[in-house]
Design a protein around this ligand. Sequence first.
Ligand code: FES
Ligand code: FES
Length: 155
Amino acid sequence: MAFTINVNGKAQQADVDGDTPLLWVLRDTLGIVGPKYGCGVGVCGACTVHVNGQPMRSCQMPVESVGASKITTIEGIGAGAVGKRVQAAWSELDVAQCGYCQPGQIMSATALLTKTPKPTDADIDAAMSGNICRCATYTRIRAAIKRASGQKIEA
Ligand code: FES
Ligand code: FES
């Protein structure tokens, strides 16, 4: 069946079964490969995208449920002021190690800062707890979120 979905501000067509996960459509049909396949069962956060600004696991979202929602991926997050600041902070603090989890981390961090511009450590932990990093970059992730929010980074 043909679906038209809005990804990063553009209407995109995919002719797939309705129960195909959005992650598969993005990566395999549309060639948008920033969102990563990690666990495939909703527990690692590597596939995180924004759906109308909310962080969602695209591996758990059938394409037929997307409708007219606006999907944003890591490829489009820098178009917004908050996403741009988050990406700059990530780069300045050299957050990524292998990098595999980082698109998902940045998507969750951007959603957090959009809702809570000056998050506390507890806010950060709560918002980021669903994003796993096998390289354990958690300390740098927290520092980059603080930097992007304009708060002092504690040593
Ligand atoms: S791949 Fe979607 S949560 Fe792990
Ligand atoms: S940077 Fe390697 S998994 Fe997070």
